[in-house]
Design a protein around this ligand. Sequence first.
Ligand SMILES: C[S@@+](CC[C@H](N)C(=O)[O-])C[C@H]1O[C@@H](n2cnc3c(N)ncnc32)[C@H](O)[C@@H]1O
Length: 189
Amino acid sequence: MPGENGAWTDDGRRPALGPEVGTPLAEAIVDDLPEGRALDLATGEGHVASLLADRGWDVHAVDVSRAMLDRARERRADRSESDGRPGSIDWILADVDSYCFPESVYDVVTIRFFDARDRLGAVKTALAPGGALVYEHHLQSNAAGRSGNQYRFEPNELLDACADLSVRYYAEDPDRSLVRLVAYADRES
Ligand SMILES: C[S@@+](CC[C@H](N)C(=O)[O-])C[C@H]1O[C@@H](n2cnc3c(N)ncnc32)[C@H](O)[C@@H]1O
């Protein structure tokens, strides 16, 4: 169960509340995990995909926009060599709404600033046993207005939607209109 105000729940560790806005939550998670296969949904310019690959992960990075993927490839090509074994990134041009997710494959699925509510069931199925879902998104706010809010989570909505996973971390930050979740699939397949 999640702790109060978004504390880590297994051993009481609580990032302070790292990462800061702009730093992907994935960065705080993957260093504790063995390298594996990752899926970054709606990758945009590939910030999270690149971060994972720098740490040796093999990443499938999906986005519906060809221009975004081109920019992501360029950013990646411009980067200097990473310290560790760089993983690979497959840039996949696809619509998440109709994407055919493989089952039980990914050790980490990252979603940042994208409304994947309608595909959450398939996303969870794509997790390998023990795999982690790392989700950061906007919370509804007065400033977003009614039309903006339809793509944002209501308080506790993401938590409820992931009740069938083992939620390790959940935090809502109303001041920044952000919600963050880390949840794991069962180890048993
Ligand atoms: C706000 S950006 C987030 C980018 C990235 N996740 C990040 O945090 O830097 C949203 C991205 O979602 C992509 N997108 C929007 N609808 C999509 C869909 N149906 N399938 C895949 N990608 C989509 C957009 O092209 C855009 O790159």
